[in-house]
Design a protein around this ligand. Sequence first.
Ligand code: IVH
Length: 698
Amino acid sequence: MSREDDIRRMSELVDLLEYHTRRYYVDNSPEISDFEFDALLRELQELENKYPDMASPNSPTKRVGSDLTSEFASAEHRFPMLSLQNTYSSEELGEWIDRIIREIGEVEFVCELKFDGTAISLTYENGELLQAITRGDGRRGDDVTNNVRTIRTVPLRLQGEDYPSLFEIRGEIIMPYASFDRLNSEREAAGEPLLANPRNAAAGTLKQQSSQVVAHRGLDCTLYNLAGNDLRFMTHYESLEAARRWGFKVSEHAKVCRTREEIEAYIAHWDTERKALPYATDGVVIKVNRYADQRTLGSTAKAPRWAVAYKFQAEKALTKLTSVDFQVGRTGAITPVANLEPVQLAGTIVKRASIHNADQIAALDIRLGDMVYVEKGGEIIPKITGVELSERPAGSTPFEYITHCPECGSQLVRIEGEAKHYCPNTSGCKPQIIGRIEHFVKRKAMDIEGLGGETIELLWENGMLSDIADIYNLDPIALASLPRLGEKSAANILEGVRISKSVPFERVLFAIGIRFVGETTAKYLATHFRTLDAIAAATAEELAEAEEIGSKIAESIIAYFAEDNNRTILDRLRSAGLRFEIEDKVCTSNALSGKNIVISGKFEGRSRDDMKALVEEHGGKNLAAVSANVDFIVAGDNMGPAKRQKAEKLGIKILNEQEFMALISSAENTATDATPEPAAEAEERVVVDTKPIQGTLF
Ligand code: IVH
């Protein structure tokens, strides 16, 4: 086949794949099998490999994502992204409607569902997706175009011809319940923390560094507002219909309403019906339909006066409290968990709920056998929010909180000012021991493969593991002879243990499980103090000098090192060869000695981490943000315009990758003043002006 034939076929394939993507994802009526679809996609991919310069950035092959990591550049919205005024009661909503009618006279409204996801603004130029920006602060957001391209319901090229040459369309990126449940079961199986709700999951997914990951998460995008200078429509409703024709997914449930009664009926209908929808909604948005009326009403600085959001009451369910379990965490903290008669709530069946602590049980006067209200808040486990007293069984008695640990029988203690009870038996209480070991071996800590929860328990039961230091004294023969383990798993564990000895100090510090010292705090402490001994010797005031360390954390660190048992364990870990101090990076030269450098954007030859490693190898220090302390910036492609503007304002020099490489290779011996003169090209770079266009709808 000639090049011309191939290129013609490429364009044909793009059209075909776009058509079938729409049939499948937007219209829900596929015409070809997944197999046939994949074959077309593969054919296109092969042609694109052959003619990389002919591949469009919006090609359907880009839907599968790339595993290149990307720092999100920030970008300005052409039209500010306003938020909505909220109302929670029908009186308030009624006042809003009356006010609009007073101002406008006869008016039409459009009622829509309020989708519970994360807002997005898509820009299309000549029918092609140009950019996708998150809301950010309403004026600027993150450019997440590559990730949004992987969402099948976002058209990469529009249908028809009557779309404006340049416009933005706003909508919501949502994670349907089905994708959310799948993602959480995968996370549960992998021992990763669960995501609290589809909204957080959608927002978190969109900010994933790898678009390949995004492509697998099953996001969806529904559009609800058009923004542009020359929209040619008289009403919002018409614009939604047009957007649907152009290939966007637009909700079928938008409805024109003319009276307060119609609006109230819409709300009442969806307050119940939404429970059957496959995605989360948290209210109804009411918008004035005619653009001329929208202009008359105008906007405040924050929100348009022509729209309002009516928020549904959080979904509640009433069910019976059958019993209360008390869980003991790795720190000894006791958490009561309610067992309920299973009940349907906001898309899932709920069997357990949290009650937090003894005070809360007393405050709500929760009793066994009560009918209780459960609600989903921001957390994963729903919570009990009240008791239906009218259904309380006769003869019930107030709940008696436990006084002794359900696991080891020790008398519980309550630290002043804290709501929780604690089991003080740190070295003898099973869930605390197992919990601490589980924490120690987890991926972000010592990352010891092969030592899962069950194995830890098995080793504990066989007297081989009673604290984290025992991990480094495991007897290979005893290990291999344990039931359910065998030689292969034993060897695997021992290899994992051996490798863990080179885990960097900051992760060791996180792994030992000092209360309130999470991953980030451990990093700050390690950077500030450099050695474990220095941390152990520090006073509360000295600890508080490290970044992010407040008095609560400082006290907890001091209490940890004051305990003999902890000090013995640390000595044993030290003898085992764990890293107790920050490792000094090997310096290849001191070309960048004393220089503070920001690495930003994507580079051609190396990853951003490699660039940062080079800075350290040559004696420089990496900083994350542009400030007056920065000596120079090394900028790759797509360095954020905000960073660039700030750098220019502060007069900080910007080098490109080649200039930086030249600097470190030439200055290896002459490291007196490494601040370079920027090349002419670097200085001539222009900041793109994306000021909002005047006289728009928003
Ligand atoms: S219209 C200027 N319509 O709710 C008005 N917003 O609380 C632009 N939302 O930022 C928004 N469903 O993220 C509109 N049908 C809908 C919506 C909707 C969800 C979100 C959107 C907005 C937030 C305000």
